[in-house]
Write a protein that binds this ligand. Structure first.
Ligand code: MG
Length: 400
């Protein structure tokens, strides 16, 4: 018999229980990783939204009591907040108790530090339960060779056949996992362990390589890139119109005695050098300022003050890499840069392909999104008289 979901409350048949009470700071930062900002919003908001996009409207979030203020100010209505315990399993139990007041049929228990759970993965888990499994969890078959190491040396190879990397969400028939938790003594690593201790069969469904758990500082960058890709691809809430921003940059450095210049990170032998703070890479400075300009974040001088001796002679790569990282941190994707170098000499053309490749490497872009070109100024003005080199640049950023 078909039932009317709205009339029967069947839309609440599946609930998500997100555990976010941990104090994990291995990822760096002063607040727990699940509250740190990723692409402009706390990790947990991305996680909550991921379930909403998968069609799950009933969401219980278990938080640490110290985070109550963060949660109240950040979470929109529709999420039930529950205060967790000292360990993961007491937190899960608190969430299950809250759901137990109006028990759902199925529950997906998830780690708040995995913000990239996809609708497809949620669908695979729901499918498994609809086909009769009482428990199902995502796993990824191990493909790398495995070693056991002792004091930094390989002690033995470990056969990988049949081994999986476990992920969340882990999906259960609600009554079954609640009973399993009530009987468990505590200390389980995850809910699959609790379910198995109660004798439940756990079906393995295919996990998702992108469903990463933010654990180490580098995981933020990877998660930010994946979220930005999804947003650019329109997988997440599409903006009413594309948010495209452009910035420009302009820089000049004068010649001094020397035997070469650095332009776009490439050293070009020449009968003079460029004078200036850092390595005087006038072209890279212009591109960096264009990126800061697109973000409305000032210029190089604001982020790397010339008065600070630590930047004297520094490779300009540090500045450009910082600007590119700031783009990701602000939730944008850098999609294109263009720089025009203005000088009579040295000749730029022969070096342009290497400059393009080097700039692309530093910014993490495909080379076909990085334009490097040059012009003379017909012997007019300071560049025409060979007194220095000027550079003009444009950068384009896109947000979903
Ligand atoms: Mg400069």
């Amino acid at each position: 018999m078909l039932t009317n979901a709205a009339a029967t409350g069947a839309e609440d048949d599946v609930a998500a229980l997100i555990v976010a009470a941990g104090r994990g700071t291995r990822a760096g930062g002063e607040i727990p990783k699940q509250w740190q900002i990723l692409n402009g919003r706390p990790v947990l908001l991305h996680t909550v939204d991921a379930f909403r996009r998968a069609g799950i409207t009933r969401i219980v979030l278990v938080i640490h009591h110290d985070d109550a203020a963060l949660a109240q100010s950040l979470l929109r209505e529709g999420v039930t907040l529950v205060t967790g315990g000292d360990s993961r399993d007491t937190s899960v139990r608190a969430g299950l108790d809250a759901l137990g007041e109006r028990p759902p049929r199925h529950v997906l228990i998830h780690d708040g530090a995995r913000p990239l759970v996809s609708p497809a993965l949620v669908a695979r888990l729901s499918d498994a339960l609809e086909r009769g499994a009482l428990a199902a969890a995502p796993g990824l078959a191990v493909t790398d060779a495995l070693w056991r190491g002792v004091e930094g040396r390989v002690a033995e190879a470990v056969p990988r056949a049949g081994l999986y990397r476990a992920q969340t969400p882990q999906a259960f028939e609600f009554a079954a996992i609640r009973a399993a938790h009530l009987r468990h003594p505590g200390g389980a690593a995850d809910d699959v362990e609790v379910a198995r201790a109660a004798g439940l069969d756990v079906m393995i469904v295919e996990g998702d390589e992108d469903n990463i758990k933010i654990t180490h500082p580098g995981d933020f960058d990877r998660a930010a890139r994946l979220l930005a890709q999804r947003e650019t691809a329109g997988v997440t809430h599409p903006a009413p119109f594309p948010d495209i921003r452009t910035g420009n940059g302009y820089d000049v450095h004068r010649f001094r005695e020397g035997d070469g210049v650095v332009l776009c990170g490439i050293r070009i032998p020449f009968d003079q050098a460029l004078e200036g703070h850092s390595d005087a890479d006038v072209a890279m400075h212009a591109v960096t300022d264009a990126i800061y300009g697109a973000l409305a974040e000032g210029d190089i001088g604001r982020h790397f003050p010339p008065s600070d001796p630590q930047w004297k002679g520094a490779a300009s790569e540090i500045f450009l890499a910082h600007a590119a990282a700031l783009v990701r941190k602000r939730g944008f994707a850098l999609t294109h840069t263009d720089v025009t170098i203005v000088c009579e000499a040295p000749k730029i053309g022969p070096h342009a392909p290497r400059m393009q490749a080097e700039m692309a490497r530093i910014m993490g872009l495909e080379p076909d999104r990085v334009s490097v070109k040059a012009t003379t100024s017909e012997r007019l003005g300071f560049t025409g008289r060979g007194e220095g080199i000027a550079a003009l640049a444009t950068a384009t950023l896109v947000k979903a």
